[in-house]
Design a protein around this ligand. Sequence first.
Ligand SMILES: [Zn+2]
Ligand SMILES: [Zn+2]
Length: 358
Amino acid sequence: MARDYYSILGIEKSASAADIKKAYRNLSKQWHPDKHKGDKDAEAKFKEINEAYEVLGNEKRRKQYDTFGAAGGSGGGGQGFGGFDFSGFQQGDFGGFGDIFETFFGGGAGGRGRTQRSQRGEDIQVRIAIEFAEVLHGCKKTIAISTFVSCTDCQGSGSQGGKTVSCSECGGTGQVVKTAQSFFGTIQQAMMCRACNGAGQVPEKPCTTCKAEGRVQQKREVTIDIPAGIDDGQTLRITGEGNAGKHGTPAGDLFVIIQVKPDARFERHGNDIHSIISIPVVDAILGTDISVPTVHGNVILSVPAGTQPKQVLRMKGKGLPQVSSSRMGDQYITINIDIPQKLSRQEKKLMEEWRKIV
Ligand SMILES: [Zn+2]
Ligand SMILES: [Zn+2]
């Protein structure tokens, strides 16, 4: 069935946008299902009017229609509006319906197309675990991910070359209407046509490699530069490393969630590191130098004479760096003092003598 949208709306091909809207408003009121309950012909007419306006009411689609005509071979009523069902609205008054209608069919210029058309590929999320010590200098990690990449056989166009034809799935409108039941009745929602990605046009000779999608799935390696100072749970966003978009649209982004593996020796507090060291009681009394593990390697710490249990000593600059800053955190060492539970004969003798003099 060849559909002449202009004659459906009873207007000339040269009609202005305002004329089209006016004609549509009059006709849709005239043929509204509320006024023709149970009349199948009126319902079909109403659908037809809406379909015509759907195309002619949108400048871009109207232009496509003028150039290419209606969808080839979609026939009877148009697939774009298959399953159109107004029964749910029959209890509502016309005014209310009109508002809903505006919402679904975009009374404004190209409202739906703008929001529903997918403009880029999907984002991808991956997780990478790094060692605690790798936080100090940052690191590079290479991972293999399976993503969509632009099809090299058609340079992402999805076409073997030549012209495009109107999409048969959506009748060239780039939109399909889905019907769902809700508390308020039947709701029609306009969805982007998946077959043409909302373009309304498909290649006449589709690329066979990518089945006209313009992209193919491929396993590829990505090297991720993880900055020094990164914290557990932080996410890096790598622009353009997600899935390639369909039909040559830009790629999505790659989101890398960083997991920093714990290290039993260290507890991280932002850029500072906390740790606990046990020393013999005599070292706490007399003072000593001990070798302390830090993320910078083992470092000698001077424990002053008379150090108290749970006393905290600071090692300046032995913590972790701040992301994109030269400031380095500190390491705080809590001193644990070992009191011997058993003494040798000689130790006991010395302690007894000490007791006599304190
Ligand atoms: Zn389509
Ligand atoms: Zn291709």
